[in-house]
Design a protein around this ligand. Structure first.
Ligand SMILES: Nc1ncnc2c1ncn2[C@@H]1O[C@H](COP(=O)(O)OP(=O)(O)OP(=O)(O)O)[C@@H](O)[C@H]1O
Ligand SMILES: [Mg+2]
Length: 240
C-alpha cells in the first residue's frame, strides 16, 4: 500500500507508516486541543518535502495563523512565495461557502497535494440546521478532494472529548480516519492525549498516547502511556 506520512512526530508510527495518499482525516477535539497545529504541521511537513499544500482557514485569520505557527518553529517565509504553502481565508461571516471550484482550481494550478479545511464549522454555517444537507456537502467535498488526488485533513470541534464518554457525531462516519485530541486532568494540571479512533482499510495502533505541544509543534509519544489515565483507573478501582 502506498502510504504518505502525516508529518507529526510519533503519529506516523501509530499509523504504522502513515495514511493512503487519497485519505480524508478528521482531527477532532475541544478548544485548544491542538487541531489547527496538527493540521498545519501536515501541510508544513509536505511543503518541506516539496509537496505543495493548501490551508483553508475559517477560524483564525491568515495573519495570526502565520504568527502563531512561526512562534512554534514553523516560519512560512519562502514557502509561501515559492507556492509550496497557500493559505486561503474563508470567513464564516461572508455567508457564502467557498465554491468548490475555487479550491479545485488552486489544486490544479499549484499542483497541490495536501489540503486542510480548518474547520468543519464552515459547512455548518452554510448548511444551517439541515443535517442531511450538511452531510451531503461534506460527502461531496471529500469526493472532489479524492478525485483531485489530494490528501485531506479537516478539523472539527467537540464539546465532550473524554475517552469514556466520547460522543460521536454524524460527520465522524464520513471520513476515512478519525483522530481524537483531548486532555485529561493530571493533579492540578492537564496531560494531552491522542487516539486514532478509526482508519479505514489499514492497521494502526488503538491505544491512547500522550503528546505535547511546544517549540517544534506537536510531538506524540508512541512508546508511552498516559500516566494520568492509569492513575484515574487505579483510583476508580480502589473506590469500588
Ligand atoms: N508557542 C507555543 N508553545 C507551547 N504551546 C503552544 C504554543 N502555541 C500554542 N500552544 C498550545 O496550543 C494550543 C492551541 O492549539 P490549536 O490552535 O491547535 O488548538 P485548536 O484545537 O485548533 O483550538 P480551537 O478549537 O480553539 O481552534 C494553545 O491553547 C496552547 O496550549
Ligand atoms: Mg483551531
Amino acid at each position: 500500500m502506498d502510504k504518505i506520512k502525516i508529518g507529526i512526530p510519533g503519529l506516523d508510527e501509530i499509523l504504522k507508516g502513515g495514511v493512503r495518499s487519497d485519505a480524508s482525516i478528521l482531527f477532532t477535539g475541544p478548544p485548544g486541543s491542538g487541531k489547527s497545529i496538527a493540521a498545519f504541521q501536515f501541510v508544513y511537513y509536505g511543503a518541506k518535502q516539496g509537496m505543495p499544500g493548501l490551508y483553508i482557514t475559517s477560524e483564525e485569520n491568515a495573519f495570526s495563523l502565520r504568527a502563531h505557527m512561526a512562534e512554534l518553529g514553523f516560519p512560512l517565509d519562502s514557502l509561501e512565495t515559492k507556492g509550496l504553502v497557500t493559505i486561503a481565508e474563508q470567513s464564516v461571516t461572508s455567508g457564502k461557502m467557498i465554491s468548490i471550484e475555487a479550491p479545485i482550481k488552486l489544486i490544479k494550478s499549484k499542483k497541490i497535494k495536501r489540503v486542510v479545511m480548518d474547520s468543519l464549522t464552515l459547512f455548518e454555517f452554510v448548511y444551517g440546521d439541515s443535517v442531511n444537507e450538511f452531510r451531503k456537502g461534506i460527502i461531496s467535498f471529500i469526493k472532489q478532494m479524492k478525485e483531485a488526488g489530494v490528501t485531506l485533513v479537516v478539523t472539527s470541534e467537540r464539546y465532550t472529548a473524554e475517552m469514556d464518554q466520547f460522543k460521536y457525531r454524524s460527520e465522524d462516519f464520513l471520513f476515512d480516519g478519525l483522530i481524537i485530541l483531548s486532555k485529561i486532568r493530571k493533579g492540578s494540571s492537564f496531560e494531552r492525549i491522542l487516539n486514532v479512533s478509526k482508519l479505514r482499510g489499514q492497521d494502526h495502533l488503538i491505544d491512547i498516547f500522550p503528546f505535547q505541544i511546544a517549540k517544534g509543534g506537536i510531538k506524540v509519544f508512541p512508546k508511552q502511556l498516559p500516566f494520568s489515565l492509569i492513575e484515574q483507573d487505579i483510583v476508580k478501582r480502589s473506590k469500588k
